[in-house]
Design a protein around this ligand. Structure first.
Ligand SMILES: Nc1ncnc2c1ncn2[C@@H]1O[C@H](COP(=O)(O)OP(=O)(O)OP(=O)(O)O)[C@@H](O)[C@H]1O
Length: 233
């Protein structure tokens, strides 16, 4: 039996113009993600990690190639269809939390559901359940400026999870945190992956962070190379 694919990126090529030059960032790169996968992508600064994540997340378009998510070829979607598609299928966690300062933590977490048309009461209830699961429920009525960096990142993770996305794309999610707080966030990723079978794609320049993934890749010279080695739990 073939396992269901969550994401299938195929033959991705991406170049950027730099003056007269053409920079080749991704050269015929392919990747498949399955339910419950925990995949990391490492590579030197400027190797194209964020570019690849943004293409997988439909935030950027490849020059050629296809990104199928849940069977839909996202490269063919119109700009007007992409926002809904992302909201339904992809959760993002970035180095900076991007919480909205004028809303409470609970409202921030509930926001994707409210935007999708869920009632405020039900959205806030779901948000609170998730915040309880990730240990920040007691911060529900605080505003982003009133909580710590680690709590903000946990709130951002709740917001990424709330619509039950097929995949969470995380770009240097601990880059702005001290080592201990960062480890706590990574432990939460592992817990969510284990408990909920949530698929993660994690970009990091830090090999010790990338090593927690069950499948590890390196982006080098525009190619994706699978690293063989045991995941660190
Ligand atoms: N919009 C753009 N226009 C031109 N060049 C770009 C653009 N975006 C990225 N680049 C270049 O493409 C290369 C890959 O960038 P990218 O941000 O994907 O690398 P990265 O591996 O994520 O780097 P870092 O670890 O430093 O964040 C870099 O050389 C960068 O300067």
């Amino acid at each position: 039996m073939t396992e269901k694919k969550i994401l299938n990126a195929h033959g991705i090529r991406k170049t950027y113009r730099s003056g007269q030059d053409t920079l080749l960032i991704l050269d015929d790169v392919s990747l498949t993600l399955y339910p419950g996968d925990f995949v990391s992508l490492m590579g030197a600064s400027g190797s194209g990690k964020s570019t690849f994540l943004n293409i997988l997340g439909t935030m950027d378009a490849p020059d050629s190639g296809h990104v199928f998510i849940h069977g839909t070829d996202t490269v063919n979607l119109k700009e007007s269809e992409l926002a809904d598609f992302r909201r339904n299928h992809i959760g993002f966690v970035f180095q900076f939390h991007y919480l909205l300062p004028e809303f409470s933590i609970c409202e921030n977490v509930a926001m994707p559901l409210m935007i999708a048309g869920e009632s405020r009461t039900r959205a806030l209830k779901s948000a609170l359940e998730l915040m309880d699961y990730l240990g920040i429920a007691e911060r529900r009525n605080h505003f982003p400026a009133e909580i710590s960096g680690g709590e903000k990142q946990r709130a951002a993770i709740c917001r990424a999870l709330i619509a039950q996305p097929d995949i969470i794309l995380a770009d240097e999610p601990t880059g702005n945190l001290d080592r201990e707080t960062g480890n706590h966030v990574l432990n939460l990723f592992q817990k969510i992956n284990r408990d909920l079978k949530q698929c993660f794609f994690l970009v990091t320049h830090d090999e010790s962070i990338g090593a927690i993934a069950s499948r590890q890749y390196l982006l080098k010279d525009a190619n994706l190379i699978e690293k063989k080695g045991e995941a660190v739990s």
